[in-house]
Design a protein around this ligand. Structure first.
Ligand code: SF4
Ligand code: SF4
Length: 172
């Protein structure tokens, strides 16, 4: 990890420690009682977030989380490596114990992350889950639980929630 990345993640973790509980409560309130114009506000705040957050200086999702692989992901990525789906699973994946028994990475950081550049080495064919992450512009009520889970892993999610809470506090 580059020094700048470590510094950014340290300051992010400090902010998470002090605000996470309050932000989770804020998201729950918003989920139960969405304010008028919420989705437009999210679209506007998301633009501001990406003007401030550079994923290549972070890659915390690829370092600490795992995507779930759909059957189409498995076929596409195995084909890219010229191996069968079972061989691909055997080499890198495991099946979740509970829930939908999804296929996930066996270890972190993700085996496809180039840890020097923070770039995904299979970017063009990465799992669908990765390409949609962190799901900021998706319909808020359906994704509020995902944002709660990602608050302490994803600086972009954290910043979106921070901006939303500031904006809505200034209205009241
Ligand atoms: S999506 Fe979030 S956790 Fe992943 S690199 Fe971007 S800011 Fe970091
Ligand atoms: S496949 Fe690529 S984008 Fe997805 S977690 Fe691995 S390195 Fe990150």
């Amino acid at each position: 990890m580059q020094k700048t990345d470590a510094h950014l993640l340290r300051s992010f973790r400090a902010k998470v420690r002090s605000r996470k509980t309050a932000f989770k409560r804020f998201l729950t309130r918003l989920e139960k009682k969405p304010v008028r114009g919420l989705q437009q506000l999210i679209v506007q705040k998301e633009k501001e977030v990406w003007a401030e957050v550079d994923c290549l200086s972070c890659a915390n999702c690829c370092k600490t989380m795992t995507p779930t692989y759909t059957p189409a992901d498995l076929k596409r990525i195995a084909r890219h490596f010229g191996i069968t789906v079972p061989a691909f699973k055997k080499k890198w994946l495991k099946q979740e114990r509970g829930g939908d028994r999804d296929w996930i990475n066996r270890s972190t950081p993700c085996q496809f992350l180039d840890t020097k550049s923070n770039k995904c080495s299979i970017y063009a064919i990465r799992p669908l889950d990765c390409s949609g992450f962190p799901h900021l512009p998706k319909k808020f009520v359906e994704y509020a639980h995902v944002h709660k889970q990602n608050l302490d892993s994803c600086p972009a999610t954290f910043l979106l929630v921070e901006k939303l809470s500031q904006q809505l506090a200034s209205r009241s």
